[in-house]
Design a protein around this ligand. Structure first.
Ligand code: SF4
Length: 360
């Protein structure tokens, strides 16, 4: 199976004990069946100690968390005692793979690093090339068979990346939104209804001049509707949901100040926008619709920048908090996508900030 990744992917290195948001603290750490079997076979005091550190619930086996919600095997110096005593092959799969995500389809696997890791977040927010390239092969047997839909989504994302290299951020968001709503939706419908739909859909299907920015008028109350997408989600940090909703409305209220901030950090906005599309497009397109994914990507990038402007913290730090609270859960993402479709949430309030004039 061909493996694709954005060009920044291979630069990722875990910084281990230097990490400020260590993934061995505060997360439920699953123990997969293969690792559990290895632990069952381990003899002596060490084997017993590891088995004692595992608990089971309806979701499977997990490593216990101790004081400060630290993994039972995280030493005081923030190094992992399992790696030190047994080697990396003896840690659970989730620990080896974090913060990577894989989208696996027939013949193609797309991999990336997720914003929930602060080191990955720095890499992602400073990237300027978002297109996935083939980086090798991977042996994965369980894959979803989706053929033509995959080609359509990959062609769409390639077209958005190419368009964004030549166009302004405002025009790129309009282009992405328009083609998700119109062209890609039609192509996906064709793929679902005609088993012989062309599997060789290319980026040419997404014409650069099709989008009409006058369709994207700003309507009062859009920011409030966008904020409502995030209410009732299960978030990790108490109070995060309220802070997020406030920040979404803050950008709308601040007008000129927000425009200046967004103009200064348009590279970060663009990197985040593309990251969310790359990570969620195909699953989301089959789930809640491609157009909902683009709204999610635009609103998420906007929220992160608004949070950063309001708090004075770095954009990468805010992106990590956003991902840990919102994106970590597939249930959260599905709920946002479904609501975005059902409640027809608009993104005119974001485009108004991205375009430094009032006439959009
Ligand atoms: S969050 Fe990222 S950098 Fe930090 S310990 Fe985990 S993988 Fe390493």
């Amino acid at each position: 199976m061909k493996l694709f990744a954005p060009s920044y992917y291979n630069s990722f290195r875990c910084i281990g004990k230097e990490c400020t948001k260590n993934c061995c603290i505060g997360w439920e750490i699953d123990v997969d069946d293969d690792t559990l079997n290895k632990y069952r076979e381990l003899g002596g005091e060490l084997g017993e100690r590891i088995r004692q550190s595992i608990y089971k619930d309806g979701g499977g086996a997990h490593l216990k968390l101790c004081n400060g919600e630290r993994c039972a095997h995280l030493r005081a110096d923030n190094l992992c005692s399992l790696i030190i005593e047994l080697g990396e092959e003896m840690i659970p799969e989730i620990c080896r793979e974090h913060p990577r995500f894989y989208n696996v389809y027939d013949g193609v696997c797309e991999v990336g690093v997720g914003l929930a890791c602060p080191t990955a977040a720095k890499l992602i927010t400073s990237a300027n090339d978002y297109r996935p390239y083939e980086i090798g092969k991977i042996d994965i047997r369980e894959a979803e068979e989706i053929g033509a839909e995959l080609n359509a989504c990959r062609a769409y994302f390639g077209a958005v990346c190419d368009f964004g290299k030549k166009a302004s951020l405002f025009d790129t968001v309009v282009f992405a939104d328009y083609h998700a709503r119109v062209t890609l939706s039609d192509l996906l419908f064709d793929c679902l209804t005609r088993p012989d739909a062309d599997e060789k859909i290319t980026a040419d299907a997404f014409s650069p001049c099709a989008a009409d920015s006058t369709e994207y008028a700003y309507e009062n109350g859009e920011a409030r509707s966008a904020a409502a997408l995030f209410s009732e989600l299960e978030m990790l940090d108490s109070g995060y949901g309220e802070a997020l909703c406030e920040a979404i409305e803050y950008g709308e209220r601040e007008g000129e100040k927000a425009r200046e901030f967004f103009a200064e950090f348009k590279g970060e906005f663009s990197a985040l926008f593309h990251y969310f599309i790359y990570r969620h497009l195909l699953n989301g397109a089959l789930d809640g619709g491609a157009h909902a994914v683009i709204k999610f990507a635009a609103i998420s990038a906007y929220s992160i920048l608004s949070l950063a402007q309001k708090s004075g913290k770095g954009i990468a730090d805010e992106a990590t908090d956003f991902s840990r609270n919102v994106e970590y859960s597939d249930t959260n993402v599905s709920s946002i996508l479904e609501k975005a479709v059902a409640e027809e949430v608009g993104i005119g309030f974001i485009l108004r900030i991205l375009k430094p004039s009032d006439n959009c």
